[in-house]
Design a protein around this ligand. Structure first.
Ligand SMILES: Nc1ncnc2c1ncn2[C@@H]1O[C@H](COP(=O)(O)OP(=O)(O)OP(=O)(O)O)[C@@H](O)[C@H]1O
Length: 247
C-alpha cells in the first residue's frame, strides 16, 4: 500500500531521519513509537507527503511517488493530528467538506456523514458548531471526517494525547471497532504504549531518527533493544512500556 525505501531527512544540517525503510500492507495498522524527538512525527509527515525526504523514494500502491505529489494521490489519504483542526463551521459541514470536494451527490454526503458521526458516537452533535465541542468530541468528529472519505491510507499523529484517560480509553475502543470493520491501512504515531498494543499489529521503535526495532507490539523491546532504549533520556516512558508487556 505504502512503502518508503532508504528515506532520510536532513533539516538545517541536522539529520532527523537516517536512511530507513518502511512499509504498510493493505489493512494493517502500523505503530510508530519512541521517545520525544526520535523522529516519529517527521517520518509520518514524509509518509503523508507533508514533507519531502532528502533522499530515498516513496511508493504508493506500487507506483513511485513523484516529488510534486499529484492531487489524485493526496486525495487518497487522510490525516488526524493531536489538535483536531476543525473548521470554524458546524460539525456536519466539517465532515461533509471532503466529500463535497470529491463531488459526491448531496444525498450520499448526508448518508455518509450521518453514518460516520454515528460510528464515533457524535451524531447528536451534528448541528452544533465545531467551536463548542470538548476535546474528546472534537477528536471524534475529526476521526469521522477522516473515515468519511474512505482513505486508502490513514495517518494518525498522537490522536489521543490531548485527552484525559477515560476519554482516551473510550475513543480507543471505538477506533479499534472501526479498524476491525473497515480494515483501513493506518500509520499511528503514539506515545502511549496502550494505543500501540490495542490498535496496531506491528510497530517500529524509533530512536535518534533510526529504527531500533520492528515487530508485533508484544515482541518489541526484548533484550538488547530494552537496554538501548533505557539508555535514552526517557526512562519513565520506557519503564511503562516494559511494565505493560511484563517484560
Ligand atoms: N522542520 C524541522 N526543522 C528542523 N528540525 C526539525 C523539524 N521538524 C522536526 N525537527 C527536529 O527533528 C527531531 C525529531 O522531531 P519529531 O517531531 O519528528 O520527533 P517525535 O518523535 O515526533 O517527537 P515528539 O514525541 O516530541 O513529538 C527533533 O529534534 C525536532 O526538533
Amino acid at each position: 500500500m505504502l512503502e518508503a525505501k532508504e528515506i532520510s531527512w536532513i533539516q538545517d544540517h541536522k539529520t532527523i531521519l537516517h536512511p530507513l525503510h518502511f512499509h504498510l500492507l493493505p489493512g494493517e495498522c502500523v505503530g510508530l513509537i519512541g521517545p520525544n524527538g526520535s523522529g516519529k512525527s517527521s517520518l509520518l509527515k514524509i509518509l503523508a507527503f507533508l514533507e519531502s525526504p532528502t533522499s530515498g523514494q516513496l511508493y504508493f500502491q506500487g507506483q513511485a511517488v513523484p516529488k510534486s505529489v499529484p492531487l489524485t494521490i493526496r486525495r487518497k489519504i487522510a490525516i488526524v493530528f493531536q489538535e483536531s483542526l476543525l473548521l470554524n463551521t458546524g460539525v456536519f459541514n466539517n465532515v461533509a467538506m471532503g466529500l463535497k470536494i470529491r463531488g459526491l451527490p448531496k444525498e450520499r454526503i448526508r448518508e455518509k456523514v450521518d453514518y460516520w458521526l454515528e460510528q464515533f458516537g457524535v451524531i447528536h452533535l451534528s448541528k452544533q458548531s465545531a467551536r463548542s465541542l470538548s476535546g474528546g468530541e472534537a477528536q471524534r468528529v475529526s476521526l469521522a471526517r477522516a473515515f468519511a472519505i474512505e482513505p486508502d491510507v490513514l495517518f494518525l499523529d498522537e490522536p489521543f494525547s490531548a485527552l484525559d484517560a477515560p476519554t482516551k480509553e473510550g475513543l480507543r475502543i471505538d477506533l479499534a471497532k472501526v479498524f476491525k470493520s473497515t480494515q483501513t491501512s493506518t500509520v499511528l504515531v503514539s506515545h502511549d504504549f496502550k494505543d500501540i498494543a490495542h490498535l496496531t499489529s506491528r510497530a517500529l521503535i524509533l530512536l535518534n531518527g533510526q529504527v531500533l526495532a520492528e515487530g508485533p507490539p508484544s515482541e518489541l523491546l526484548k533484550n538488547s533493544h530494552k537496554a538501548e532504549l533505557q539508555k535514552s533520556s526517557h526512562i519513565e516512558e520506557v519503564d511503562r512500556f516494559l511494565a505493560y508487556f511484563s517484560l
